[in-house]
Ligand binder design. Sequence first.
Ligand code: IVH
Length: 703
Amino acid sequence: MDIDGLSKQQAKAELARLAQVLGQANRAYHTNDAPTISDAEYDALKRRNGAIEARFPELKRADSPSDMIGAAPADGFKKVKHAKRMMSLGNAFNDEDVADFDARIRKFLMLDDAPIAYCAEPKIDGLSLSIRYEAGKMVQALTRGDGETGEDVTANARTISGIPHRIENAPDVLEVRGEVYMARSDFLALNAAQTAKGDKVFSNPRNAAAGSLRQLDVSITKTRPLMFFAYAWGELSAPLANTQIGAIERLAQMGFATNPLTRLCDGPAQMLDHYAEIERQRATLDYDIDGVVYKVDDLSLQARLGFRSTTPRWAIAHKFPAELAWTWLEHIDIQVGRTGALSPVARLSPVTVGGVVVSNATLHNEDYIKGRDSKGGEIRGGKDIRIGDWVQVYRAGDVIPKIADVDLAKRPADALPFVFPDMCPECGSPALREEGDAVHRCTGGLICPAQAVEKLKHFVSRGAFDIEGLGAKQIEAFYFDEALPIKEPADIFTLKLRDAGNLGKLKNRDGWGETSVKKLFAAIEMKRNIPLARLIFALGIRHTGENVATLLAQHYRSWAKFSAAMQAASDEQSEAWEELLAIDGVGDAIAKSVVGAFHNDTERAMIDRLIAELSPQDAQKRDAVESPVAGKTLVFTGTLEKMSRAEAKSQAEALGAKVSGSVSKKTDLLIAGAKAGSKATKAAALGVEVISEDDWLTLIGAT
Ligand code: IVH
């Protein structure tokens, strides 16, 4: 559905759905090397998510896919924390997005007309690698993993061409980052050889490269022709150059392969020219690329621009347009999510789009299937979608991957219009579509097994309790188990006792042996001591994803304080409510839903039964940054002269301060620029210290 036509409630539901779909796709891609959707489909979904968030910023989820980098590393390799986080890139899909990128940068830096130079280079479709050199010697190579922690693939990385093992005249510490890829010709040859041996073939060069690099047996990696392009760096003991392009040249001199299509551009017009040139050459290149990356060339400007939570402000990936494909729509399934929304999914005859096999497409809702948007206007020229149709799968721009078109000439004579169910296919409860809402929702609440199971799956998911041996599959089995059911989170922790009462029968079940049962019970025991942030996230409260859970945990520190505060915050006049809203990153919607969970009798009782089984760990203080404003809560107001508000905020956060949007008793300092208004008045009334922009710069030593 058109984003402009979404009601707030629809937008909320859509963001929840996108977070789930993208999270799953992300795990399939990063952890299993087995993409479930194509890159273009992924991008389109992510873009839709971003567009909805731009329209309803207050609905942005803490687990928003916009903030998601990769998935946690696969087991098998040693996990190592990156010295510097490995970032992802924001996306541009058209000329306007590129112009906006440039305009944003100018605004942030308060540069009106001064030209900004950008370095433009192909976006290589491989997997990123960070290689560490100490005293010129290669000592470690890590995959990106989740951006924070990667897998140690040092031995495998030594087999890659384009990566030197020793470097003359290198800084003492040098981390070089770039893309590992497999040439198309090598990929075809590898697949031919795999076929001849009867081994698995890879679906595209990227998966072949990933599968080859993440081989636990190095002797296999050795036989795979992996290549590398260097384009970035992590920790450095001395700068490589003053510019991006200078740094790339320096890396080339050190012996790294760098991409020959790297160019310096003087602004958006030249960037777009270079994009067109690269797109023209794309088919003739022996490696896959999926766009062009633009980076601010001046490294001192890059440093000022800094990062958002997972992407740099100084770079963007301009993606190539998505591809189209025709296929048969075999069936329409209805899925029920954690929040009860019924989502129709088209099951397609598998079709290759952009190198990845696609077999599902989202159909959104009843109107969408009927060929109508939320305002009753036509989509696809008003053509409806029926089981048996020959459909065009399309993903691009700001629309979700969808059935772009239906070929009515190929419609089977007996195809009937699709009738959207008004009952939940999982529990039989009425599935109501409320006035103004596009989505049917199951009204069964926790009696709906689909909702309950989805909630439990969330509870044991990676960012939550992450119990080894208790994944989505086992949760489903236990949920329906008559002798040893898990119907709610607390039941997980009584499993051992109940099994003992059952004469330890679990070990005789299908898929369970004595060892696996022992392991499961041990894994469950370990998690009784769960960190507070994970516990809060695991509760699956709406709007409370990992980021918000972390914010809450860091603020309240202990379960006792957190739950007491949520109990006390039901009154919106209360101090507890004000304190909750003063946490930077907690808005009205989040606050309402967290407090709401603690005041819903059924939910509260479930939480209490769970807590009775646990001894949650208190949250640790964040790594202290030494600065005069570390740990302080600041508010900026009025017009700043020396830097944009965004730059000031980003700088204050880098110094360990919290920046809040409103003045309260908790505010330590108000920085008032020109024409400061009501915030300054309120600060004065509350006795909060107020300083000028110049005082601020002196305070942090920026003058
Ligand atoms: S720069 C801090 N440059 O794209 C920015 N990334 O979507 C670091 N990629 O994780 C990335 N070609 O794996 C950069 N020329 C290029 C790239 C590139 C491919 C990949 C990389 C990154 C991903 C982000």
